[in-house]
Design a protein around this ligand. Structure first.
Ligand SMILES: *Cc1c(COP(=O)(O)O)cnc(C)c1O
Length: 423
């Protein structure tokens, strides 16, 4: 459910007409709905009401805007971060360090130091090599690192190959059969406090069965560790729950079904559970609003050329995925259009031969469900400035990231001294 609905023939974000916003901030721009963000935070929490005191850690990479992270922090959420930059965002947004989980397969020694200095609650370790490096960093700093081992459960999440992370051939996690020995090694070295296990098998998962299989593997490991005399305090079940993008496709399992499955599988584990939802919380809380620059008649199709491109929203290019595209002021009738951006790549295509309402130059469209992995994956390719982000809350709104200026864009570069004018 979201709060982007037509009123009097105009698509609104909550109470704010999107054409009004477009006039104020220009196009393209991302627009987020605070009501939708809050609603999703609560729906997910409610879905887990049978779980005692879960740690809900928002996966910052899905949408790292400080206002978004702060909104979730105010809802009691922690943060799952995968870089020092994301950790700094979480801290700046007011997330208590104890509620920060530091994940990621390539933490540098510098990032480990920063995480320990900040006092994050948990570091998810993805390899034997990383565990020993972390021990060294912690010992040198005179602190103890709270560690969970990320298990690679060798489960196929049945999602897009580029976002499946739970197969043995993927770079993520530690093979299950190596966990007991590594746990024992971790307990024996100074600088490490072994706390728990973690698993995350991918993103946009539309089927609970692979998740359940992964969680059961985690449960088996937990039991094996306990049988060997180890104390396991936490289990981190990751994120990955899918959301609806295409209204014509069956909806993925809802959070309540996920919560019921989790409660059933983890009953009797006797650990504190952690969750790392990203996409589920922010995906359909955001849209990318663009203007039609022109409608171009090609030899084989009609193109709606938008002022937003693959540099602003790369998901269709990267994963070939569907985004619903709606006119902000729909005209009567039907048309078939191929939606492209201005970037000099054929991959700069948002939708091919899409049935839609007729569009003309100057019309506004909203690319729906763009709140997750949208602005955060944007680049300045083709020297296009990063677009603004706007947060709407009821009838009020704020630019939570202004449009990058050409001064900022060019000012980031330096001319090598020997190439200077007259040099
Ligand atoms: C990306 C990621 C998440 C969030 O995934 P979603 O599909 O957005 O819920 C959670 N945990 C880890 C370790 C991740 O890499």
């Amino acid at each position: 459910m979201d709060h982007f609905l037509p009123r009097d023939g105009v698509l609104h974000a909550e109470e704010v007409p999107l054409d009004r916003l477009a006039e104020d901030v220009g196009t393209p721009f991302y627009c987020y709905s605070a009501a939708t963000l809050t609603r999703h935070a609560r729906v997910f929490r409610d879905a887990l009401s049978a779980i005692p005191d879960p740690l809900l850690a928002y996966a910052v990479k899905a949408n790292p805007n400080l206002s978004v992270v702060r909104l979730f922090a105010r809802e009691g959420y922690g943060a799952d971060v995968v870089s020092e930059g994301e950790m700094r965002r979480a801290l700046a947004a007011g997330v208590p360090p104890a509620r920060i989980i530091f994940s990621g397969v390539g933490k540098t020694a510098g990032e480990m130091r920063a995480a320990l200095e900040a006092g994050v609650g948990q570091i998810n370790v993805e390899s034997e090599e990383e565990l020993f490096e972390l021990a060294g960093v912690a010992a040198a700093a005179g602190v103890t690192a709270p560690v969970a081992l990320r298990v690679n459960p060798d489960v196929d999440a049945k999602t897009h190959a580029k976002i499946a992370t739970g197969r043995s051939e993927n770079k993520f996690g530690i093979p299950a059969d190596r966990i007991p020995a590594l746990w024992a090694a971790g307990e024996a070295i100074p600088g490490i406090a072994m706390r728990g296990l973690a698993v995350h098998i991918g993103s946009q998962i539309a089927d609970l069965a692979p998740m359940e299989a992964a969680f059961r593997r985690l449960g088996d490991l937990l039991e094996a560790l306990r049988a060997a005399g180890h104390a396991v305090a936490t289990a981190d079940l990751g994120g990955g729950l899918g959301i609806p993008y295409d209204p014509a496709c069956p909806a993925p399992p809802d959070p309540a079904a996920y919560g019921a499955m989790v409660a059933r599988v983890t009953a009797g584990w006797g650990v504190r559970l952690a969750f790392e939802p990203g996409r589920l919380l922010v995906g359909n809380a955001g849209v990318l609003v663009a203007r039609v620059i022109r409608v171009k008649r090609g030899a084989a199709r009609r193109f709606a050329v938008l002022d937003a491109g693959m540099n602003d929203l790369i998901r269709p290019t990267l994963y070939g995925v569907f985004h619903d595209i709606r006119a902000v002021r729909p005209r009567p009738g039907r048309a078939v259009l191929t939606f492209v951006g201005p970037v000099c790549e054929t991959g700069d295509t948002f939708a091919e031969d899409r049935e839609t309402t007729p569009l003309e130059a100057g019309d506004l469209v909203a690319l729906m469900t763009a709140g997750a992995y949208g602005a955060t994956m944007a680049s300045t390719y083709n020297s296009r400035p990063l677009v603004p982000e706007v947060l709407v809350d009821g009838g009020r709104w704020a630019v939570v990231r202004p449009r990058q200026t050409y001064g900022e864009l060019l000012g980031a570069d330096r001319i090598a001294p020997w190439l200077e004018e007259g040099g």
